[in-house]
Design a protein around this ligand. Sequence first.
Ligand code: NAP
Length: 254
Amino acid sequence: MRLQNKIALVTGASRGIGEALALGMANEGADIFVHYHSKPELAKAVAERIRAAGRKAWTIKADVQDPREIEKMFDDIEQQSDRLDILVNNAGFEFGKPLWEFSAEEWDSIINVNLRGAFLCLKHAVHRFMRKQQYGKIINISSIHDQVPRKRFAPYCVSKAGLLMLTKAAAQELAEFKIHVNAVSPGAILTDMNREAIENIGPDFGPRNIPWRRVGETDEVVGAVVYLASDDSSYVTGTTIYIDGGYRLHTIRK
Ligand code: NAP
């Protein structure tokens, strides 16, 4: 059990990668705040499975676009727990269209969920818990598109590139408080976010561009996050683990 009795918040844990991370971390002994935005029934089901595995679980709601909702979420966490050991910033969304057609509001919504939301969760986790504890593990779920651009998804790519720099800047600044900050960047993992695109295998997207010739499963993201959340990674900070079957290499692969 590598996370025995640790307390973790996983944002966007109602489905997809976040669900797999919440369950995987619980199986390693952690108690989990299962955050969701719009799907309470899914979050409750995840929490039930965690409890069935013998760990504590609480469901907790916030639109991470809204700073006040994030603040309220951390108020609620403080009511339930005097510690928060692990924060996984996983909540995210994307949509694509030609760059010149994005409105200012659409641009802001993507940046605000994927980047500002992660920053605000980090800020509250650090300020309210981790600095005092002199202990914290923060894992930002980025994307291969923090490095590799994707046509029609410029704001998403920019948000994830920003998340990578937030990871490095925070790792540097928070080391003195014994807080580790790292990122995990998946490639194409089959979830609601991209099911349609993956199943249709569009011209610039799909297994033919992936050296391993398949998309990933949500469970394949769990090991890296457990490693970064555990004390096995005690000298690892400010880095990124790519989990992509080599997908980010496809622009240089022939
Ligand atoms: P998903 O299945 O679409 O799930 C998204 C999760 O984020 C849900 O739990 C959702 O909550 C939550 N969420 C969405 N908008 C939110 C908001 N405004 N406020 C709070 N929570 C919000 O997505 P996924 O594929 O698992 O992606 C999870 C993370 O991995 C994202 O950061 C994504 O960018 C990253 N990623 C995914 C892939 C991939 O191929 N799937 C690849 C690279 C990176 P509700 O269910 O309650 O609405």
